[in-house]
Write a protein that binds this ligand. Structure first.
Ligand code: PGA
Length: 236
């Protein structure tokens, strides 16, 4: 794993945006694996600004997102569909048909998980996957568990994750308790991975993930087995 520490969040985001834009320039129809949460916000802002300057073109880019809450409609402001529209998709020239996300309202969640894995395979896998990391070491919504989850799967969110997500919701009762998340196979088969994190409170888990035992109790630790991971961290 390649570990880079930056003084500021802005510098960290710029580096991540550089890696993503290099991928788009090298392969105009690349498959980007995208993440939600607070960490990628600055990264998406920079990508949008480069698109506006005509330095980046999303016309042929395909995307697959890591996860989506169950039980929330795509047009609900708390959904990850909404997040992606607001912060990236509506601001660049990506085709709607090329921007893929799990459907958290699917009537048959198991079938939806299978569909999502088949879709990622049909796109030829992911060229570059952007990941955040939870304080409990989760990537996507792959929560600490007894085994790594291979396939896209339905997950019940951990108490730790629900507490951490509370900042985005008005009432605790509004916080979704379950989600669909991409599994470790699609993440680990990505040709490149960026793990981005900021804030001193993420420093411990980053080090556990990079240097600790490889265990499903720290889901991000599996990334130690991947040949091309850039860990980008800023203390602020
Ligand atoms: P954050 O979330 O970017 O909002 O810190 C990361 C995560 O939980 O995966």
């Amino acid at each position: 794993m390649k570990y880079q520490v930056f003084d500021t969040y802005g510098q960290m985001c710029r580096r991540a945006a550089n890696l993503i834009s290099a991928q788009i320039i090298l392969k105009e129809d690349c498959v980007l694996g995208l993440a939600t949460g607070s960490t990628p916000l600055g990264i998406y802002k920079i990508l949008v600004s480069w698109y506006e300057k005509a330095d980046l073109d999303f016309a042929k880019v395909r995307t697959v997102n890591l996860d989506e809450y169950c039980g929330i409609a795509a047009d609900d402001p708390q959904s990850y569909h909404y997040f992606m529209q607001k912060h990236l998709f509506s601001k660049v020239n990506i085709k709607a048909a090329n921007a893929h996300m799990p459907n958290g309202l699917a009537a048959d969640i198991q079938a939806e998980c299978k569909r999502y894995d088949a879709l990622i395979a049909s796109l030829g896998g992911i060229d570059i996957q952007l990941l955040g990391i939870g304080h409990n070491g989760h990537i996507g919504f792959n929560e600490p568990a007894d085994v790594f989850s291979k396939d896209t799967t339905y997950v019940k969110l951990s108490e730790d994750t629900i507490r951490s997500n509370a900042r985005f919701f008005k009432a605790v009762s509004d916080i979704p308790r379950s989600a669909i998340t991409m599994g470790m196979q699609s993440i680990m088969c990505s040709r490149k991975i960026i793990l981005a994190a900021n804030g001193k409170d993420k420093e411990d888990i980053i080090h556990k993930a990079m240097e600790g035992p490889i265990t499903p109790e720290v889901p991000a630790s599996i990334l130690q087995l991947h040949p091309d991971v850039s860990v980008l961290f800023s203390k602020e």
